[in-house]
Design a protein around this ligand. Structure first.
Ligand code: P6P
Length: 337
């Protein structure tokens, strides 16, 4: 007998008290929004009523990245789905320069929702898996009006985090601090069904994920780690490694949650003033919490990502996450340096 997302959340609340009704509403609304995004993504070039959704929207986001029509559609779907429910005070998105406060015509709640509405969107036109990443915080002081400062909390303060990967299956992956559960979209029923819980990342792996074309730009500890992997069983690691790089963080992290591995997007010399490429608040923090909840580890090469005190909404961070023993090794190469 299948267990729906709603039933799972109700039973988790009954058993563990981790999902108050307002948070359950938030998670169900985000899941419904992901269903709509999945539908738009699956239509691809057939989504003609939306115009050329696969192509560029002719605009750039705060990151200076060309926005795809589907990026903006996904962002709008999440905003519209979450505005009216009374569970949120405000939202923040990779696609919006500043926070979006719930309009006065709706009641405000205590939760803050951050998201990358369509991560990996450069893969849209080549039909490779992409996804939505989300992170949930609570307002610091419920008695005060919401501001951007409310969002600047370390990842340890998250009350929920997850992603939805739009691939051969549409799968929602979620944690509220009691392990990781996966829900696969049953398109006939139109609902997410529990397909795995207590997800565990193996502590060891033979698979690394990094964009090798950046090798000449890496810092020495990263070069050392990857070089040792490439030396295989004749080298210091004494085993051969495989490499994967989907250029869609959601898909790479989903693989790691499913079979282990280490994912790296480290700082490099191309833009030395930037800590890394990935964003802390709505990419690295939610993914790091999921990985840790599944027994893995996540650092910026030196410190636990979830401990980082944010100073800017869209700040970037270097990311090393996945199988604990590999992440610990990469981190030791940085801290030994
Ligand atoms: P590169 C997608 O644009 C993204 O933000 C992540 O999803 C992905 O891991 C990374 O960037 C890919 O970056 O430099 O390999 O294209």
């Amino acid at each position: 007998m299948s267990i729906s997302l709603t039933r799972y959340l109700v039973e988790q609340q009954r058993a563990k008290g981790l999902i108050p009704s307002e948070l359950r509403l938030l998670l169900e609304v985000v899941a419904r929004a992901c269903k709509s995004i999945s539908h738009a993504v699956n239509k691809g070039a057939l989504g003609s009523e939306l115009g050329d959704v696969m192509g560029s929207a002719g605009s750039e986001n705060v990151q200076g990245e060309v926005q795809k029509k589907l990026d903006i559609i996904a962002n709008d779907v999440l905003i519209e789905a979450n505005e009216w429910g009374g569970h949120l005070a405000a939202m923040a998105s990779e696609e919006m320069d500043s926070i979006h406060v719930v309009p006065n015509r709706y009641p405000q709640g205590e939760y803050l929702l951050m998201f990358d509405p369509l991560d990996g969107s450069s893969n849209i036109e080549v039909n490779v898996s992409i996804g939505t990443i989300f992170s949930v915080l609570k307002k610091v002081d419920p008695s005060k009006g919401v501001s951007e400062e409310d969002f600047l909390q370390p990842g340890t303060q998250q009350v929920a985090a997850g992603y939805c990967v739009y691939g051969p299956q549409t799968t929602l992956v979620l944690t509220v601090g009691d392990g990781v559960a996966m829900f696969t979209l049953d398109r006939e029923q139109g609902s997410f069904v529990l397909t795995q819980e207590n997800v565990k990342v193996p502590a060891d792996t033979k698979e690394f994920a990094i964009n090798m074309s950046n090798m000449r730009h890496w810092d020495e500890p990263v070069k050392r780690y990857i070089d040792e992997c490439l030396q295989g069983e004749e080298g210091p690691r004494g085993k051969n490694f495989n490499m994967r790089w989907i250029a869609s963080m959601v898909a790479d992290v989903h693989r790691i949650l499913t079979r282990g591995g280490v994912f790296m997007y480290p700082w490099d010399k191309r833009e030395p003033s930037k800590a890394g490429k990935l964003r802390l608040m709505y990419e690295a923090n939610p993914m790091s919490w999921l990985i840790e909840q599944a027994g893995g580890a996540a650092t910026d090469g030196r410190q636990r990502i979830l401990n980082i005190q944010p100073t800017q909404l869209h700040q970037r961070v270097s990311v090393v996450l996945g199988s604990k023993n590999e992440v610990d090794r990469v981190t030791s190469y940085h801290t030994q340096k």
